[in-house]
Ligand binder design. Structure first.
Ligand SMILES: Cc1cc2nc3c(=O)[nH]c(=O)nc-3n(C[C@H](O)[C@H](O)[C@H](O)COP(=O)(O)OP(=O)(O)OC[C@H]3O[C@@H](n4cnc5c(N)ncnc54)[C@H](O)[C@@H]3O)c2cc1C
Length: 555
């Protein structure tokens, strides 16, 4: 049996940085990754149009000046191939591959109380053990297909966007269906509309969406970005979302409607999330303010879509603009002006089944060569639920989190000792520019482990009271936000996942903003981690290399 001091599960942005920190400390650790290689989100999602909605230079890691100085982002919002190249570059530069094991899906992780260690079972039948289990599973890494019969019967090609083939898919002249108009559907539709023969979009509920306004980054611009990196990351640290976009601090009602319109005209044509995050803060909390910005965005859609009936179908009615993460688009609305693009409203004529040749709605049969499932993810907790994680007394994490979830700072769970989630549910990542939250979380968890090692502890567990306090705080934050009313992954809604249908709100993300989150977790550390019970149990832990390394069996 192979034993490690720490096992990290998942080799995405979070797992890569986590293993870097552990390797720097000389900790015996490995990363287990289900995929065939590293990269997480950017390894899996190879569909046409997959790209950042974060400014590329705010997405990259900030921990190495060298890395910042040598990497040239080619576009303001970089695409999947470049993003994957970047993560490979990081792994090569810091020699991280040797710590990673690919094609290793973890099926189970059980805490062994007697030995005070985690027993981790991998899909290939191996069992590994570790003192500390670090879950960097991704919050959007468990794809979901629609709950419709016949998916296996289709004789053409079909794939979920997450499982897009690694080799290019020739769509020239093909009849293509895209099911779903969330963030992924919006990206893929805009990209392929003029490359396929015929495209039919099956939409159940439209999403608000605004232009990405992407552009290349020249050598001169990149040189300027490099000079400004400190300033850029400082802006990210100040802003609630961890982006360069900071809210307009003027009161919505303190300025005239003309001034509001002028701001929106400017933001709509600017790159990135400005129209969402550099807006007035009231749009997130005040129904009237939200209705006004929603009507503004609806008008912009009407101006871009020629057929008024189609335009109205593309305008959401069940939620306001910005109450869930806003998908950014490129040529999305214009796609519907093309004669080869058709919109089917499956809220009116629901999907009945997938057939051998296409799909059937309550109205008619459609024939396709390719079906694309852009049906999103069992978000936030999906990858956690998929692993049989058991803590003290054999309690299953999936059971503990069945109706709603509870964590301590989004990074620990009471009853699950020696387990950390640097970018977990209720942490600072999900509602922000992820890598900024990820770096914060990984740094906090690693500093915490250093404390544990330095003091000679071998066991830690967040108290029940501290977990309740944090979860109440997370829940309280929802009360202020209109997003609590939206059917989205912020509220744990997914009609394709049994038990996560409407009516079961789950408080999955932290909405207090990045600066507040960082303040709270830093205070917890400065107070000496008093919310965490530290102790000993099992064999002693690995000492840090500068204090007599402890040999571990690896047989
Ligand atoms: C298409 C798309 C675009 C996005 N764009 C942005 C953006 O512009 N800005 C932004 O901030 N965020 C964006 N995100 C969110 C994105 O997920 C994060 O930015 C970031 O990549 C998360 O990194 P991670 O390491 O936490 O998770 P992931 O990148 O999801 O990596 C998790 C890894 O864990 C592995 N894993 C899961 N379960 C197991 C298991 N049981 N055993 C072994 N391995 C397992 C997965 O295979 C995966 O490789 C986007 C997401 C998607 C899907």
């Amino acid at each position: 049996m192979t034993h490690y001091e720490a096992i990290v599960i998942g080799a995405g942005v979070a797992g890569i940085y986590q293993i870097k920190r552990l390797a720097d400390l000389g900790i015996e650790a490995t990363v287990l990754e289900a995929g065939g290689d590293l990269g997480g989100t950017w390894y899996w999602n190879r569909y046409p149009g997959a790209r950042f909605d974060s400014e590329s230079y705010t997405y990259g890691y900030s921990f190495s000046r060298d890395l910042l100085d040598e990497w040239h982002w080619k576009e303001h919002f970089s695409g999947q191939p470049e993003n994957l190249r970047y993560l490979n570059h990081v792994a090569a530069k810091f020699g991280l591959r040797k710590y990673m094991q690919f094609n290793c899906r973890v099926d189970a992780a059980h805490y062994d109380e007697a030995q005070n260690l985690w027993r981790v079972r991998v899909g290939d039948g191996r069992e590994l053990t570790c003192r500390f289990l670090i879950l960097t599973l991704g919050l959007l890494s468990m794809p979901t297909l629609p709950r419709v019969e016949g998916i296996e019967s289709f004789k053409g090609r079909s794939f979920h966007t997450f499982h897009w083939p690694q080799e290019p898919v020739d769509m020239t002249g093909k009849r293509v269906a895209v099911i779903g108009t969330g963030a992924t559907g919006i990206q893929v539709i805009g990209e392929i509309a003029d490359k396929v023969g015929d495209l039919t979009v099956f939409q159940r509920r439209p999403n608000w969406s605004a232009p990405l306004n992407n552009a290349p980054i020249s050598e001169a611009e990149m040189a300027d970005i490099r000079r400004r990196y400190d300033e850029i990351f400082a802006a990210c640290a100040r802003s609630p979302g961890g982006f360069v976009h900071e809210p307009d601090r003027r009161g919505f009602y303190e300025v005239s409607r003309e001034e509001r319109l002028a701001l929106w005209d400017k933001l709509y044509d600017e790159p990135g999330f400005g129209i969402w995050l550099a807006n007035f803060r009231e749009i997130f909390m005040d129904e009237k303010a939200n209705a006004e910005i929603s009507e503004y965005i609806a008008d912009r859609i009407r101006r871009r879509v020629k057929d008024p009936k189609i335009a109205e179908k593309l305008i959401p009615r069940d939620h306001g603009f910005g109450v869930q993460r806003v998908p950014m688009e490129t040529r999305y609305f214009e796609a519907y002006n093309q004669p080869n693009v058709h919109l089917v409203d499956i809220s009116e004529t629901p999907l009945v089944r997938i057939t051998e040749t296409g799909l059937r709605t309550t109205e008619r049969d459609y024939e396709f060569d390719i079906i694309v499932y852009a049906t999103g993810f069992d978000a936030i907790t999906g990858a956690f639920d998929k692993i049989d994680i058991r803590g003290v007394g054999g309690e299953a994490l999936a059971d503990k989190w069945r109706t709603t979830i509870s964590t301590y700072l989004g990074m620990m769970v009471h009853g699950f000792p020696n387990m950390l989630m640097p970018a977990g549910p209720q942490s600072g990542s999900a509602s922000t520019n992820y890598p900024r939250g990820i770096e914060t979380g990984v740094n906090w968890c690693t500093d915490f482990l250093e404390h544990v090692w330095a003091k000679g502890y071998t066991r830690f567990e967040a108290t029940e009271a501290a977990e309740k306090r944090w979860t109440d705080h997370v829940t309280g934050m929802y009360a202020m936000m209109l997003m609590r009313k939206a059917k989205s992954w912020f509220t744990g809604y997914n009609s394709n996942v049994p038990g996560h249908e409407q009516g079961t709100i789950r408080y999955l993300v932290y909405n207090g903003g990045a600066p507040k989150y960082v303040g709270i977790i830093n205070a917890a550390a400065a107070n000496g981690y008093t919310d965490v019970v530290l102790g000993t149990g099992g064999a002693s832990s690995q000492a840090l290399p500068d204090r007599e390394p402890l040999a571990r069996s690896s047989s």
